[in-house]
Ligand binder design. Structure first.
Ligand SMILES: *Cc1c(COP(=O)(O)O)cnc(C)c1O
Length: 360
């Protein structure tokens, strides 16, 4: 084998871009930043992202499950970590032993989190987890003899600046805080996600929890100086010339209108290229945007390069920051009717190798 492995599917993760974004968000927030690294760091790699975020000034980490938090501890990360979503009756003792802070939304979870510093979660209107207003006074009272570090909540529509639900949720959050104060608690407060951090500095309270913006994807309809962190790359595996009238890929949904050069690229839906983009996917081959011909297969796509010169080994960018005109994760999301969160998080898969730029 040669010293470098050939490029099939690679997510390049630019840690300098990540640090830039964290510094920008910390500057906006003016309060401590929790870097949210759930779902393996939105598909970017939780441990590497956590370390780079802490280098850039984040002081807390957020994970979804207790197991994700324990994995960060196993990687030697000592910063405070909050985990918040459990299965019914889940055993949280590993997380407690690892010194993980736990979100608590109910009396059951208060028992499950015994021994951990806790963050009591009030449901202010998202109606997912979080304690209802009816049950809040009872939960707060029961938590008085625990180490209650914070009260917190999560916003439903902060990505739509001006949406009245944001103020309504903030009012309920204030009420929940007053109830906690009246019971003698002195918790810190955190409410804002990325979108609120960018648009509602008045809701930063004592900490913000940032995810998507840290990865350089902008959740609000307004220019922000964020740099996308992930680039998804491959390379041309083979080239062939076909005649007009030939069909390409399963079902021959695409027929060559002229003689053309096809480039085979060894990535497919098993590598995170959504099959739903069949017929409307474009990729960047050797510095030029080119359409993908026909269906996205499990392991490969075929690019219609016309009469452009293309050779085996040429770089293919599936999505990137967009600076050079290459497609972005946002462009994929828009075509699919989804959000860019789903596109990058979907890159969390064994066949896609990760390469980190700017690791310290
Ligand atoms: C995922 C998540 C965040 C981060 O949200 P972004 O929109 O990615 O900034 C913050 N808080 C909670 C509770 C979350 O689940």
């Amino acid at each position: 084998m040669s010293g470098h492995s050939a490029l099939r599917a690679e997510a390049v993760v630019d840690l300098d871009a990540l640090r830039h974004n964290v510094a920008l968000l910390a500057e906006r927030a003016k309060v401590p930043v929790m870097a949210v690294v759930k779902a393996d760091g939105y598909g970017h790699g939780a441990v590497q992202i956590a370390k780079a975020a802490l280098e850039a000034g984040a002081t807390w980490l957020g994970s979804c499950s207790a197991a994700e938090a324990v994995d960060l501890r196993k990687a030697g990360i000592e910063a405070p970590i909050l985990a918040w979503l459990y299965a019914a009756g889940e055993d949280l003792s590993d997380a407690v032993a690892a010194g993980v802070d736990l979100g608590v939304s109910s009396l059951d979870e208060l028992r499950m989190a015994e021994g951990a510093p806790i963050h009591l979660k009030i449901d202010t209107g998202l109606n997912r987890n979080g304690c209802s207003a009816e049950q809040w006074p009872e939960l707060v009272r029961a938590a008085r003899d625990h180490d209650v570090r914070a009260i917190w909540s999560h916003l439903a529509s902060a990505d739509e600046p001006g949406n009245p639900s944001v103020d309504r949720q903030a009012e309920r959050f204030e009420w929940a805080y007053e109830v906690a104060r009246a019971e003698g608690l002195e918790p810190m407060r955190h409410l804002a996600n990325s979108a609120a951090t960018l648009t509602r500095p008045d809701l930063a309270y004592d900490m913000v929890r940032v995810g998507i913006a840290m990865y350089g994807l902008n959740p609000v309809p307004r220019h922000e100086d964020l740099r996308p962190v992930m680039t998804f790359r491959s390379s041309v595996a083979g080239v062939k010339r076909i005649h007009a009238g030939e069909g390409v890929s399963y079902g021959h949904t695409w027929i060559a209108e002229r003689d053309t050069t096809l480039a085979l690229v060894p990535v497919g839906y098993a590598d995170g290229v959504p099959r739903g983009l069949s017929g409307r996917l474009e990729v960047f081959v050797a510095g030029q945007r080119q359409p993908v011909a026909g269906r996205v297969c499990m392991d490969q796509i075929v690019v219609d390069c016309g009469d452009d010169k293309v050779s085996p080994g040429d770089e293919v960018i599936l999505f990137g920051p967009g600076d050079r005109g290459e497609p972005t994760a946002r462009e994929w999301a828009d075509k699919l009717g989804t959000i860019d969160y789903e596109i990058v998080t979907n890159m969390y898969r064994p066949r896609v190798r990760r390469r980190y730029l700017g690791a310290r």
